[in-house]
Design a binder for this molecule. Structure first.
Ligand code: FAD
Ligand code: NAP
Length: 329
């Protein structure tokens, strides 16, 4: 266990924000020992900091899990159940799963962050979401120290959302995630532009490498330019609104989803003229309008100001509400 006072909070936006105390723990028993000291304090559990925006210092305790381990706990009829420590880097897990011949997570290659957050955020890319793979999530109640295991259904998964992001926000630390992976590879390529890159028979490694290549070309590397990936969630509109928009923009991309019609937020932002636009030291990325970037020295407030300006303009010009995906503090 490691505890530091007045510590910089790791975040891929590279904004300066300090926690009164920053504690990294290595096991469930270490975490349980910490519980009494957390009571009455503001507590925030983070992962790799790749979906966070700090607009101010955090007056409280920031926790981070370093729990490791990838353990096969069950094998049955063509699949494995794998229990993974929350502190493992997500992409290291994807790479290791493929190495061991466990399939299903390859479309989620190169998503930054850690295993614990995958279950909180319900990460998704190229038509696969963490919820498609998660069977159970093991947690510690940060108020009582009790252990609780959530089934997939109890996690209330929805598009980039879960019970941990909403109803039970901040209450539990995820310590382990149990994923059900397949022992046979079945490609999922009907999403985005994957088919234009991958034709004929493909292996899981080819899918992974292709996705890594596309992502490296399209997305800014947080080590070079601070960002948190897609800043906004794609809005879902009803048919009446969609038909109205389509009359003005006949080539508008759209996708039918369960609760309406999803319109890529990046496209909306681009239509409003924000792609590549700067506001002080923050900007809308010039290759992917869904991503806000820190050009150097931006504060969280600078980035929030840009986000507010983009949302207001999309609302004013297109009458659509777009909302941040990033967790703002
Ligand atoms: P953090 O950002 O540190 O935390 C995210 C949330 O999870 C916070 O609410 C935090 O409180 C909570 N949390 C984290 N760990 C725990 C824990 N152990 N217990 C309880 N709560 C916890 N996301 C996608 O879905 N798809 C993508 O394709 C994608 N691409 C990205 C590309 C880039 C370049 C970047 C920078 C980000 C991208 N993201 C993407 C967003 C981000 O990677 C994910 O949201 C990721 O799951 C965040 O993981 P993290 O460990 O950094 O969590
Ligand atoms: P893209 O392929 O250019 O597609 C643009 C948008 O269209 C995406 O947001 C995607 O929605 C949607 N889309 C594409 N094909 C679809 C289909 N068949 N059915 C439904 N929706 C479809 O997107 P991109 O920016 O390069 O990203 C590729 C994938 O990586 C996407 O799944 C995206 O979510 C994910 N990604 C996420 C983040 C993040 O921070 N959350 C960052 C980078 C990339 P969805 O976003 O709903 O999938």
């Amino acid at each position: 266990m490691k505890s530091t006072f007045n510590a910089q909070i790791p975040n891929t936006f590279a904004v300066s924000a300090k926690a009164t105390q920053y504690v990294e723990y290595d096991s469930v028993s270490d975490l349980r020992q910490l519980i009494p000291a957390l009571q009455g304090k503001r507590v925030l559990h983070i992962g790799g900091g790749s979906n966070l925006l700090f607009t101010t210092d955090f007056d409280g305790i920031v926790l981070h899990s370093r729990i490791q381990g990838i353990e096969q706990v069950e094998t049955s009829a063509g699949s494995v159940l794998v229990r993974v420590g929350a502190g493992i880097r997500w992409d290291d897990f994807v790479a290791e799963a493929l190495r061991r011949g466990w399939y299903g997570a390859e479309n989620l290659s190169l998503i930054p962050g850690e295993v614990g957050a995958s279950a909180v955020q319900n990460i998704g890319a190229y038509g696969i979401e963490a919820k498609d793979l998660i069977e159970r999530v093991e947690c510690i109640d940060l108020c009582t120290g009790e252990q609780r295991t959530f089934t997939n259904a109890e996690c209330h998964y929805a598009y980039r959302s879960s019970v941990f992001k909403h109803e039970l926000r901040g209450r539990y630390a995820v310590t382990h995630v149990l994923y059900r992976l397949s022992c046979t590879f079945e490609p999922h390529l009907d999403y985005g532009n994957l088919r234009t890159h991958l034709q004929g028979e493909v292996t899981a490694d080819e899918v992974r490498n292709c996705i890594i290549k596309i992502r490296r070309e399209k997305l800014p590397d947080p080590d070079v330019m601070g960002n948190a990936g897609s800043f906004f969630v794609n809005p879902v509109v009803d048919r009446a609104k969609f038909e109205m928009l389509q009359q003005t923009f006949p080539t508008m991309p759209f996708y039918e989803v369960q609760n309406g019609i999803k319109i890529p937020a990046g496209w909306l932002i681009e239509q409003c003229g924000w792609k590549g636009r700067k506001l002080g030291p923050a900007a809308v990325h010039d290759r992917q309008a869904l991503v806000l970037v820190n050009l150097g020295g931006a504060t969280g407030a600078d980035i929030l100001r840009l986000s507010d300006a983009v949302c207001a303009d999309v609302k004013q010009k297109l009458d659509i509400d777009i909302h941040p995906e990033v967790n703002i503090f």
